[in-house]
Design a protein around this ligand. Structure first.
Ligand SMILES: Nc1ncnc2c1ncn2[C@@H]1O[C@H](COP(=O)(O)OP(=O)(O)OP(=O)(O)O)[C@@H](O)[C@H]1O
Ligand SMILES: [Mg+2]
Length: 475
């Protein structure tokens, strides 16, 4: 949608533009006003807009007019008089008389508002006080009977010029009031409309700008993911060679090394490994972000995965003198998942737990079945009044895995942020713990890719618990 300029300017509102009488006044109110004047003084009143449109009228016609209109020539003379009155300008004084062929007359008065002519007021026909007899212009019309014409002419409302002037002045004063309040209402409503239009236009502009920014960000995000994926992939191949060759060197395939050479080669190998795991993490993250991570989902059991994680990380824990234990669990339901990816999830979590737990601390991995609402299905309420209801309720059972450590803990305000890529609670250059801050962001995306959730809790008295909930495989 394109932005539209408001179609009424402030100048319009101040009557410089297309404002007309019809816009400003309520027609019913005007009609009412004209009718009450007509019944007070017996003289018809009509109001025309500046453009000549009839805005208000008093119903009813003089008997003489009805009679004249029964003859062809009379009808012709009448319509040409009416047309002349309708189109006649009120002149420089804003007030003129227009004679009718019947001897009657019309008074044409300019209606002004704020110094501008907005229409005309026509009072008549009435019989000026000085007219006593029917004129020849009436009597000469073929088919008009002199006597009848004279009788009907005498029935025409008779008025002195001053009286008509006074009537017109009263009417004008009342009209001024109506115009004033009408204009006020008109300006208010137009201003309201203008401000609504302006707000709408601004809103549209802002929405368009936001949409543009959003599209640009999305495109940048896509480019970043592509870039990460390509670079990571290209880095991996030479790195595999570096690791492979340094390993061969270390094992003496190219001749015996001195102790110092061996030390250097081991460093190359170790750093190469570290770099490779960083690249693999980047690759995983970019695939997860772009939605191109392939997961081989199947029905699986979690116990062997957890056991493997513990045996893989046991040496690391031992080196740090952290006790790593797998708590015995009851029978766990089968899951629908990718064992390789879930292994990655728990490896990351247990690795973190060991990393952030000082010597002599404990890391415990445990798993249990829980209900959707977080309770264990075994604490069921057999014999309770509502046990029947519980049977009917759709229970979705989850497998909850908890990785609890007695380490440094994570402050509550940091908890939502540790899942952001590259976020580390301690990001200083002197930080004690290694890593890049990618582990948890991958973990969260993988868990959510399995339809599960992850959250952080306190471990008493110190430490952290990462609780991962995964839905049980559908039967
Ligand atoms: N068990 C834990 N105890 C205390 N802090 C933790 C724990 N696990 C994660 N954190 C905090 O969350 C941050 C992010 O963790 P994440 O696994 O994403 O990154 P990392 O371990 O620093 O690096 P990477 O996993 O990429 O090697 C960590 O730097 C640490 O500050
Ligand atoms: Mg980590």
């Amino acid at each position: 949608m394109t932005a539209q300029a408001p179609d009424v300017s402030v100048d319009d509102l101040l009557l410089d533009g297309r404002i007309s009488l019809e816009d400003m006044v309520d027609r019913d109110a005007l009609d009412e006003l004209c009718r009450s004047f007509a019944s007070l003084f017996g003289i018809s009143v009509r109001i025309y807009s500046k453009e000549g449109a009839l805005v208000a009228d008093t119903a009813g016609e003089q008997e003489l007019c009805v009679y004249v209109n029964t003859t062809t020539d009379g009808r012709r003379a009448c319509s040409s008089t009416v047309a002349a009155v309708r189109s006649r300008d009120a002149g420089p004084s804003g007030d003129v008389m227009h004679p009718c062929f019947t001897g009657a007359a019309y008074r044409i008065i300019a209606l002004e508002y704020d110094g501008r002519v907005v229409g005309r007021l026509i009072v008549g026909p009435f019989l000026p006080a000085n007219v006593t007899d029917a004129p020849a212009t009436l009597l000469d019309i073929p088919g008009i009977a002199t006597e009848r014409a004279a009788t009907l002419l005498a029935k025409m409302p008779r008025a002195k010029l001053e009286t008509v002037t006074r009537i017109a002045a009263h009417l004008k004063a009342s009209l001024d009031l109506i115009l004033f309040s009408g204009h006020k209402a008109f300006v208010t409503s137009k201003m309201h409309l203008m401000s609504v239009r302006e707000s709408y236009r601004q809103l549209e502009e802002k929405t368009a700008r936001l949409q543009e920014a959003f599209d640009r960000l999305k495109e940048l995000d896509r480019l970043k993911s592509n870039f990460l994926a390509t670079v990571s992939h290209e880095l991996r191949t030479p790195l595999t060679s570096i690791i492979g060759y340094s390993e061969m060197l270390g094992e003496g395939f190219a001749g015996q090394l001195t102790a110092e050479q061996l030390d250097f080669v081991k460093t190359i190998h170790g750093k190469g490994d570290q770099l490779l795991s960083l690249i693999m993490s980047l690759l995983d993250l970019s695939k997860l972000e772009s939605g191109t991570m392939r997961m081989t989902m199947g029905t699986m059991r979690l116990e062997p995965v957890l056991a493997e994680v513990v045996s893989t990380l046991a040496p690391t824990a031992r080196k740090k003198r952290v006790k790593l234990a797998l708590a015995p669990s009851g029978l766990l339901a089968e899951l629908r998942g990718d064992p390789e990816r879930l292994r990655q999830v728990f490896l990351n979590l247990v690795e973190n737990a060991i990393k952030f737990t000082p010597a002599d601390g404990t890391v415990t991995l445990s798993a249990a079945m829980i209900d959707d609402d977080g309770t264990s299905p075994d604490d069921g309420s057999e014999g309770d009044d509502d046990s029947g209801l519980a049977l009917l309720a759709p229970v979705r059972t989850l497998v909850e895995v908890r990785v609890a450590d007695t380490g440094i803990g994570i402050a509550a305000r940091e908890r939502p942020r540790v899942f952001d890529p590259f976020y580390q609670v301690d990001s200083s250059s002197t930080r004690e713990y290694g890593g890049t801050g990618l582990g948890l962001s991958i973990v969260k995306r993988l868990v959510e890719g399995h339809g599960g959730s992850i959250r952080i809790e306190d471990n008493r008295p110190t430490g952290t618990v990462f609780a991962v909930r995964l839905p049980q495989a559908p039967p």
